[in-house]
Design a binder for this molecule. Structure first.
Ligand code: ADP
Ligand code: MG
Length: 231
C-alpha cells in the first residue's frame, strides 16, 4: 500500500506539472494564433512580428528548461573537475554580468574537485543560480562564488549575492514549478536545478536577508577514490 500511495502521489505531481506546463505554453500560443489570424486577414504590422517573436522565445525557454529533466541519467555519470566547470560558467555569464554592472568573483579552495556527474546538467544548475544572483541585483553589485571541501565526503559551492533577498515566507516556494516574481521569468530554473542536484545525491539550501542578499548552498558528494572504496 505504501508503494501504491507513493505511485499515486507521483502521478498527481506529474499531473500538476503537466497542467502547469500546458497552461504556460497555451498563453503564448493563443497570442500567436491571434496575430497569425490578423495577418491572414491582411493586417500587417512590424509590431505584430515583434510580439510574435517574443512569444516564440517564451515557449522556447520553457521547453529548454524542461528538456533537462528528460535527459538520461546514471549511466552518463562521469568524473569532472567542478573548478573547471565553474570557471566555464563564470566566463559564459561575464557579458550578462557586465551589462548589469555586476562583478562575479570566483574563489576555489583547490585547483581540483572531482565529482561523478553529468557535467552539462551541473553546468545548467550553476548557470541558473548565478543568473538568479545577477537578476537579484538591478543596481549592480558582486556575486561571490566559493567552491570548497566540506568534511571529506562533500563539495560545497556557495553563490552569494547582495540583491533584493527573499522574504522568509517565500523561501519554501523556491523550486516550485512556475513560481516566479519576474516579468520574464519562467519559474522553472530552480525546479530543474533542485531536481538535477537531487539526482546527483546532493541538496540545495537557501539563506536570505531581504534587502541584503541571498546565499545559495549546493552540497554535492565528492567522488570516492578507489582506495577508500576498497575498505
Ligand atoms: P525565474 O528566475 O525564471 O523567476 P527561478 O526558478 O530561477 O525562476 O527562480 C524562482 C524565483 O525565486 C525568482 O523569480 C525569485 O523570486 C526567487 N529567487 C531565486 N533566486 C533568487 C536570488 N538569488 N535572490 C532573490 N530571489 C531569488
Ligand atoms: Mg532563474
Amino acid at each position: 500500500t505504501e508503494e501504491l500511495l507513493r505511485k499515486s502521489e507521483m502521478l498527481s505531481a506529474v499531473g500538476e506539472l503537466a497542467a502547469g506546463i500546458a497552461h504556460e505554453i497555451r498563453n503564448p500560443l493563443t497570442a500567436l494564433k491571434g496575430f497569425t489570424k490578423l495577418i491572414r486577414t491582411g493586417s500587417h504590422s512590424e509590431a505584430y512580428l515583434e510580439i510574435m517573436h517574443q512569444e516564440l522565445e517564451r515557449i522556447e525557454s520553457i521547453i529548454n528548461e524542461l528538456l533537462v529533466l528528460s535527459k538520461p541519467q546514471a549511466v552518463h555519470f562521469r568524473p569532472a573537475n567542478l573548478v573547471a566547470v565553474m570557471r566555464d560558467v563564470v566566463m559564459l555569464l561575464e557579458t550578462q554580468a557586465l551589462l548589469n554592472q555586476v562583478e562575479i568573483v570566483f574563489e576555489s579552495a583547490t585547483e581540483e574537485l572531482i565529482i561523478d556527474c553529468v557535467e552539462n546538467q551541473l553546468k545548467q544548475v550553476f548557470i541558473n543560480l548565478v543568473k538568479n544572483a545577477i537578476e537579484a541585483m538591478p543596481n549592480g553589485g558582486t556575486v561571490s562564488v566559493h567552491l570548497t571541501l566540506s568534511g571529506d565526503e562533500e563539495v560545497l559551492l556557495t553563490v552569494q549575492d547582495q540583491g533584493v533577498g527573499i522574504p522568509e515566507e517565500k523561501l519554501a516556494r523556491l523550486g516550485e514549478p512556475f513560481y516566479t516574481t519576474k516579468d520574464k521569468g519562467t519559474g522553472l530554473g530552480l525546479m530543474v536545478s533542485f531536481k538535477i542536484v537531487e539526482q546527483h545525491g546532493g541538496a540545495i539550501r537557501y539563506r536570505s536577508t531581504p534587502g541584503q542578499g541571498t546565499t545559495a548552498e549546493i552540497h554535492l558528494p565528492l567522488r570516492k577514490s578507489p582506495m577508500t572504496d576498497a575498505t
